[in-house]
Write a protein that binds this ligand. Structure first.
Ligand SMILES: [Fe+2]
Ligand SMILES: [Fe+2]
Length: 152
């Protein structure tokens, strides 16, 4: 599978997981659900940054692509710090606070995934050959297989 299809499939899995977290918000198991989600999200982003975007940086000297990827990386960091905020909010034990932070987080992640699907991925696709995209897809697949996270 090429890496773009792989990542888009994984986006759908992340969306499903967010629904699971949302459904468990008012229940006891939410901390475990969020921890599982964090592992999936971090793995997903490490595949993007270290396998896909690292390859683009290697082959492309076009400033525009580098700018777009730097911005994307900053959003990954923002998502990471928002996840920490979410974990912090759990300590308050206040449902309204947790719900508020969670919905903000969902909006951030959804906007980011759409940005990748509609802008970043098509752009990356235009820069890399089909052969390279397949090769990177295999790398992504084997990184995921080595982790505890199930396949998308
Ligand atoms: Fe991303
Ligand atoms: Fe993504």
């Amino acid at each position: 599978m090429n890496i773009i299809d792989f990542l888009e499939k994984d986006h759908d899995r992340l969306r499903r997981e967010l629904v699971r977290v949302k459904n468990s918000l008012s229940q006891g198991g939410v901390l475990e659900e969020i921890k599982t989600y964090i592992v999936m999200q971090e793995l997903h982003e490490s595949i993007e940054d270290e396998i896909l975007f690292a390859k683009v940086n290697q082959i492309s000297e076009r400033v525009s692509s580098i700018d777009a990827l730097i911005t994307n990386k900053q959003v990954h960091k923002k998502i990471g710090s928002h996840l920490n905020r979410l974990l912090e909010s759990l300590k308050t034990n206040r449902f309204a606070t947790i719900q508020h932070v969670f919905f903000e987080f969902c909006a951030l992640v959804e906007t980011h995934m759409e940005h990748e699907e509609f802008l970043i991925f098509p752009y990356v696709k235009s820069l890399l050959s089909n052969e390279t995209l397949e090769e990177l897809g295999e790398k992504a697949q084997s990184r995921m297989e080595r982790s505890d996270v199930l396949q998308p």
